[in-house]
Design a protein around this ligand. Structure first.
Ligand SMILES: O=C(O)C(=O)C[C@]1(C(=O)O)C=C[C@@H](O)C=C1
Length: 386
């Protein structure tokens, strides 16, 4: 057990003005600079001691209440950062992600599954959301991320849900239709693609990537590499690994994936839409807690008859619920020989938490019109990462 220490002044109070105003502009080491360096070194030690003390407190808390401290996304970092002004909320959030992940790692390995290998966008999102001290676990398909969570081998998973250029990620929607997991968070991530290869560009005979990434760069490819064949890969980082093995292959992937495989960045920022955002879902065994700024995701199938979708949507209109997303997805194997087509699942998202009365009532009314309805989860609305 750790010795009881007084609450930490460095971690709790804003840094002194002298430290915040980047004073090291003169080349020679003046006494002022030496003093500042010594002060910074002292603060670093105090921060490390406070992080270790926090991990110990979390360990003791978890021993009494095993479910405590599992809500990483609810971290009120803005409140913690209040009044400092020297460090932005975004920077403080990044610091606290690692501090919280370090506490979790000290208690029990906190495993998060993602579509690998390393440096896929799913991996970069998991790092941005949970910190590197979490046990980030790569798997080879989106379906496998769901399986890891469903069987309890990973506490959480990170899966791409939709992209601002390309739309829905069908593998994820299909997995929701087959696996009983909940959405407990969202993580919209700015996606910047690179063309990676061993160079030069004139040697490229094939471009490989995940189909979503290829289609996000469609126009760029048509303009800059006309006629070059494209081939799908299971992830962008897998494509980078393949490009590292063959100089005629280029990959579309993250800059980090290029660095990992020793590839050259042949072109940067090649996504067709400058504002290219993929919204990831954090999946787990439970829905997220109510924060006051939440969304709820539903999956349903309605009777195949005229006006049934319009009737279902009218429920949300009547209750004044703002819908933020709607997708239809053909139910695999439901398209028979008949002329009226197959059956569809609808995925929708609306503002509000299922714990709110009007959301609950809307879900109850919708239930009466549905062949099948599943609440996929409620979760806090999140800002764009990256
Ligand atoms: O292949 C990756 O790097 C992924 O994490 C998957 C994925 C996706 O399927 O949408 C994630 C973000 C980008 O939109 C491209 C690919």
């Amino acid at each position: 057990m750790a010795k009881k220490k007084p609450p930490h002044s460095a971690a709790n109070s804003p840094p002194s003005k002298a430290v915040a105003s980047s004073p090291a502009t003169t080349p020679s080491a003046t006494p002022g600079i030496r003093t500042l360096r010594a002060e910074i070194a002292k603060l670093d030690k105090q921060i490390a001691a406070a992080v270790a003390e926090r991990a110990e407190q979390v360990r003791q808390l978890a021993a009494q209440q095993p479910t405590a401290e599992s809500r990483l996304s609810d971290l009120a970092v803005t409140a913690v950062n209040q009044g400092s002004g020297a460090v932005s909320d975004a920077a403080m959030r990044a610091v606290f992600r690692e501090v919280v992940a370090a506490s979790h790692a000290a208690v029990a390995p906190f495993r998060v599954a993602y579509l690998g290998p390393e440096d896929s966008y799913s991996h970069l999102t998991a790092i941005a959301r949970f910190g590197e001290a979490s046990e980030l676990t790569p798997v080879s398909t989106i379906a496998a991320v769901f399986e890891e969570v469903a069987c309890g081998s990973c506490a959480l998973g990170v899966v791409p849900l939709e992209n601002s250029t390309h739309g829905r990620v069908t593998d994820t929607l299909e997995a929701f239709s087959k696996t009983e997991v909940q959405i407990c968070g969202e993580a919209p991530m700015r996606i910047r693609h690179c063309l990676l290869g061993q160079g030069p560009r004139s040697a490229i005979r094939r471009v490989i990537s995940k189909p979503q990434a290829l289609s996000q760069c469609n126009h760029w490819l048509a303009e800059h590499l006309p006629g070059v064949e494209t081939t799908p890969a299971s992830s962008t980082s897998e494509a980078a690994a393949l490009a590292a093995a063959d100089p005629r292959i280029a990959a579309i992937a993250s800059e980090q994936a290029g660095r990992r495989h020793g590839l050259e960045v042949l072109a940067k920022g090649i996504e067709d839409q400058h504002d290219n955002i993929t919204r990831f879902a954090v999946i787990g065994p439970q829905s997220g807690e109510k924060t006051g700024d939440d969304k709820t995701a539903l999956m349903f199938e309605i009777a195949h008859e005229p006006g049934s979708l319009a009737d279902a949507m009218a429920i949300f209109k009547r209750r004044g619920l703002n819908m933020t997303w709607i997708e239809s997805f053909p139910i695999p194997g439901s398209r028979g020989a008949g002329a009226d087509g197959g059956r569809y699942l609808f995925f929708i998202e609306l503002m509000g938490h299922q714990a709110e009365v009007r959301v609950r009532r809307a879900i109850d009314s919708l239930q009466k019109k549905c062949v099948l309805l599943r609440v996929l989860g409620s979760y806090a609305r999140a800002a764009v990462l990256g």
